[in-house]
Design a protein around this ligand. Sequence first.
Ligand code: FAD
Length: 307
Amino acid sequence: VFDTLMIGGGPAGAAAAVYAARKGIRTGVAAERFGGQVLDTMGIENLISVPRTEGPKLAAALEEHVKEYEVDIMNLQRAVKLVPGQPGDEHEVQFESGASLKSKTLVLATGARWRETGVPGEAEYRNKGVAYCPHCDGPLFKGKRVAVIGGGNSGVEAAIDLAGIVGHVTLIEFMDEMRADAVLQKKLRSLPNVEIILGARTTEMNGDGKRINGLTYEERASGEIRKVELEGVFVQIGLVPNTEWLQDSPIELSERGEIVVDAHGMTSVPGIFAAGDVTTVPYKQIVIAMGEGSKAALGAFDYIIRH
Ligand code: FAD
C-alpha cells in the first residue's frame, strides 16, 4: 500500500513523485510510458533555466531525478479503472496487465494527446515542419510561411500568436465558418499577414522527404484541389485529455473531459489529486505540468497528515 501513487510519468507525475518522496512517504509511479509527451518532442527551449534541451534527454533526466529517491517506478502499466475507497480508506487502481495497486492518495497525471488530422504526410513530417504547439515551436518559423489547421478558439489564437512571429499565416477551416469567439475572429481578420480559407478539407501534407513544403486541400463546395506553399503547419483541432479510463468513476470531468481540480490540485473525490495536461488548468506546458505536479503532491501530503 502506497501513501501516494502517481498515475502517469510525464513532467507532472515525475515532479509529484519527487515532492512526495522528499516528505518520506511511500511513493509510487505507475505509467504507460515514463516520460510522456516529452518523448515525442524534439527541441525544448522554454523550460526556464534550461535554454535548450531535447525531449528524450529531458525524459531521461526526469527519470534520473525520480530515481534519486525511494520511488517505486512501474513502467508499461496502463490504468483501466479507478475504484475510489470510502472516506479514510485506500483507493484502488486497476491496470490492463491485471495488476492492481492501492494507495491512500492518488495523483492522476495521465496527460493529453493532440488530435491529429490523419492525412498522408502528417506523421512523416512531424517535427519536420508539422507542429502542434505554437508556444513551443512558433519561434522556429520566424519570418516563414505557415498554415494553421482549425478555426476553433485554439486555432484562431494560434494564428493570431503566430502572425506576430512568422511571415504569413494561412488558416484552414473545414466548415464554412470558424467556431472561435467573435472577438478572436475579428482580431484575426484585422491582421495584414493572415489569409483565411473556409470550407476546406486538408487532404495531404507535402514535402521533399526531409521537410514539409506544402499543404493540399479540397475546396469542399467545388471539389477543386488546391495547394499552399509553406514551411510549417500547426495542427489545432483539439487536445484530448487521457481520461477515458475515468469515464465511469465519480471523478468530476469538464465538458472537454478534463479533470476538475481545486487550488490544491484536489479532484471532486477527497484524497484523489490530479495535475498537468489532464486537468482543467489552462496552458499545457512542461513547466506548468511540473509546477502543478509539485502542488498536487504537497496537497496529497497535506491530506495524509490530516487523515
Ligand atoms: P504527459 O507528458 O502527457 O504524460 C502523461 C503520462 O501518463 C505518460 O507517462 C503516459 O504514458 C501516462 N499515461 C497516459 N494514460 C495512462 C493510463 N491510462 N495509465 C497509465 N499511464 C498513462 N511543452 C513545453 O513546455 N515546451 C515544448 O517545447 C513542448 N513541445 C511539445 C512538442 C510536442 C510534439 C508535444 C506533443 C508536446 C509538447 N509540449 C511542450 C507539451 C508538453 O509535452 C506537455 O505539456 C507535458 O508533457 C504535460 O505533462 P503531463 O505530465 O501532464 O502529461
